[in-house]
Design a protein around this ligand. Structure first.
Ligand SMILES: [Zn+2]
Length: 168
């Protein structure tokens, strides 16, 4: 396994809509394992393939308790149902030096394939639901800074241009 390089905004791959994975082969298995290792090392609670330069429909996540690792690998994931509203302050390994609150669904149902080609359905609420919505956005070329108010975004863009993101 190896640690992958994480692409950061404004890398073009982060804005691309990803391709569905048609064959779960050794290359995909290795990519998923490397992504998990990269995510834990960062550290982060989720990572999508575009963040490591691959425009593929693959995310890894571990939104559970810190001392109990429960890695999730989801291939071609889709949200099939959602309800409620929630929101927390989000950050992203591809958007360093910035956090902002984002409005999300409180509960979602996600359908996806596992590495052994089983179709699964997950019902997620609150923090895990937020993490998965953030990661699935990456598969559509959407970053959390695309979901904040225009005013906040213009402040972000100005700080980005000036290189002052880490200062408050
Ligand atoms: Zn992200």
């Amino acid at each position: 396994m190896s640690i992958l390089n994480i692409d950061v905004y404004p890398a073009p791959v982060l804005k691309r809509k990803t391709e569905k994975i048609l064959n779960i082969d050794d290359g995909i298995r290795r990519l998923a394992e490397d992504m998990l290792e990269t995510m834990y090392k960062a550290p982060g609670v989720g990572l999508a393939a575009p963040q490591v330069g691959q425009a593929l429909s693959l995310v890894v996540a571990d939104p559970g308790e810190k001392d109990k690792p429960t890695p999730l690998i989801l291939i071609n994931p889709e949200i099939t149902a959602y309800e409620g509203r929630t929101g927390i302050t989000e950050g992203c390994l591809s958007v360093p030096g910035y956090t902002a609150e984002v409005v999300r669904h409180q509960k979602i149902i996600v359908r996806a394939y596992t590495l052994d080609e089983k179709e699964i359905e997950l019902t997620l609420e609150d923090f895990p639901a937020i993490v998965l919505q953030h990661e699935l956005d990456h598969l559509q070329g959407i970053l959390f800074i695309d979901r904040i108010s225009r005013l906040k975004r213009s402040i972000y863009d100005r700080k980005f241009r000036k290189g002052t993101l880490d200062q408050s």
